[in-house]
Design a protein around this ligand. Structure first.
Ligand code: HEC
Length: 146
């Protein structure tokens, strides 16, 4: 039997579909974990809250990966570190979330978070989140100046 061309094209497209983002074994599981553990504050697309209490992650959060200690910060903020998620699940959510809400800001040399790294980082609480956040954003601003 000859298959209609449309079916063949669709099948090929499905096989060529890009896989899960790096460090994400199951994007659907990551999405559900994000919905249950993060979305209540951060919103479905990382927009945060209008009053700025929960900061905008959309098209932004990936920038932390380019400044020293920024990579650590994303795991050590209370929302990440204290989430009721295993180290493995938190690593997956972070990798998924970065690819989902801020793909354009992820540096080319980004290595996805591993569960070992997440375990190590989340065990050291941040002393002062607000101060560390401002410090990192000042570093970002300085590196973006021409
Ligand atoms: C109760 C509200 C709340 C929940 C739930 C929450 N967060 Fe957050 N998140 C915040 C706030 C507020 C900040 C700003 C830093 C701070 O004050 O902790 C933040 C900051 C962050 C940041 C750093 C971004 C930045 O610009 O500072 C990351 C990454 C992050 N959260 C990830 C997560 C992940 C992943 C989850 C779910 C596992 C999560 N958060 C759950 C409130 C929350």
């Amino acid at each position: 039997m000859r298959w209609p061309t449309g079916v063949l094209l669709l099948t090929t497209a499905a096989f060529c579909w890009p896989g899960e983002p790096a460090g994400v074994e199951n994007a659907e599981r990551a999405r559900v974990n994000y919905m249950l553990n993060c979305q209540g504050c951060h919103g479905p697309d990382g927009a945060g809250t209008a009053d700025g209490v929960v900061p905008v992650m959309k098209d932004f959060v990936g920038k932390f990966l380019s400044v020293e200690n920024g990579r650590e910060f994303l795991v050590r903020v209370p929302g990440s570190a204290n989430a009721a998620l295993s180290d493995e699940a938190l690593a997956e959510v972070l990798n998924w979330m970065l690819a989902e809400v801020s793909p354009g800001e992820i540096p080319d040399d980004f290595r996805p978070y591993s569960s070992d790294e997440v375990k190590r980082l989340r065990s050291v609480p941040l002393q002062d989140v607000i101060v560390e956040r401002s410090r990192l954003i000042a570093l970002m601003d300085a590196s973006e100046k021409p």
